[in-house]
Design a protein around this ligand. Structure first.
Ligand code: FUB
Length: 323
């Protein structure tokens, strides 16, 4: 499969997290809706209320919609805005991690549990202790340890935290100040909490210096994803207001990671968000764009395209507008 393929024509869906469970690919996306809220830098127009989960047996085959797996009205601590989620598996249970604003309009990360990868998922009574910001993604390492990566700037509120504490009037730093890093934390054995204090995931430039806040073409904005290739850890992310998917490589789950380049150039739309997965001997980039909604940035559609590496393990850049 070389041509990009839209996956879910009947629903607007975005931010795909994709995993191979029981021989099938399961897709955990955001479910976009027409909220009627004017577009702003805070992302208020992304007022999503539930998740649908999808599965596919083959990359070219049918995509099954398993229906509503979790609804905001069933989450006891809910305020608003169900954003990008991810799912992890341990000992026969599936754990759906989701960012949601609480009743004070602060993003927290919640967990919901199911016996099946497609749900339905039963949410916990309260968000994960000490959680903040958005876009959780979970990597199961080769030794079975599970790590959560998270964070997102602007509407994702990451700029409001330093050393895991909320600060007054947090702003994104500028110019030569170090960029705000995404966070990593090992999960607890029961998968329901952080098993340690979240740490900064540092992305270094070609000189071994942390990327700078003013380097909007390369600095982390949101949309963490981690995958492994040839024994290395590939951390990929969105640059937000410069609309690229980039990646950095490290030797272990915590890093540091060294910036490598662009995976996907800007798509039609504002946000860009993805996952990378191997299936039946090939690599795929799942992502979204706003072509089917004629450019409405809050009504996005899932796509998949084959992704390739060169002989040195570098990801070959894909054009965001490729058909
Ligand atoms: O879908 C809402 C937000 O938009 C996600 O959490 C971000 O990553 C961006 O795609």
């Amino acid at each position: 499969m070389k041509k990009a393929r839209y996956l879910v024509p009947h629903l607007y869906t975005a931010d795909p997290a994709v995993h191979l469970f029981n021989g099938k690919l399961y897709i955990y996306p955001s479910h976009d809706v027409e909220s009627g809220i004017p577009e702003n830098d805070n992302g208020d127009h992304f007022d999503m209320r539930d998740y649908h989960i999808f599965s596919m047996d083959d990359m070219d085959g049918e995509v099954t919609d398993h229906g509503v797996a979790l609804d905001v009205k069933d989450i006891p601590w809910a305020g608003r805005q169900l954003w990008d989620c991810d799912c992890a598996h341990k000992d026969g249970k599936y754990y759906l991690y989701f960012p949601l604003k609480d009743q004070t309009d602060i993003f927290r990360i919640g967990v919901a549990i199911s016996d099946k990868p497609e749900g339905p998922f039963i949410p916990q009574e309260a968000p994960m202790k000490g959680s903040y910001s958005i876009d959780p993604c979970v990597l199961e390492d080769v030794d079975g340890a599970q790590y959560m990566y998270f964070g997102g700037l602007w509407g994702g509120q990451l700029q409001r935290y330093r050393n895991n504490k909320a600060i007054e009037c947090g702003q994104e730093p500028v110019n030569d100040a170090p960029a705000i890093p995404p966070r990593i934390a090992k999960l607890s054995d029961d998968m329901l909490e952080f098993g340690e204090e979240p740490k900064a995931l540092v992305i270094l430039d070609e000189n071994g210096e942390p990327l700078k806040a003013g380097d909007h073409d390369r600095r982390f904005f949101e949309a963490s994803w981690m995958h492994m290739y040839n024994g290395k850890y590939y951390f990929s992310y969105s640059t937000g207001n410069t609309h690229k998917l980039c990646y950095a490589i490290g030797d272990n789950p915590y890093g540091p990671f060294t910036y490598q380049g662009v995976i996907l150039t800007p798509v039609v739309g504002w946000t860009t968000h993805h996952s990378i997965v191997a299936f039946k001997g090939k690599w795929y980039l799942f992502h979204h764009d706003c072509v089917p909604s004629n450019g409405k940035t809050w009504l996005r559609s899932l796509k998949v395209v084959e992704m390739e590496y060169d002989a040195e393990g570098k990801i070959i850049t894909i054009e965001g507008t490729a058909e």
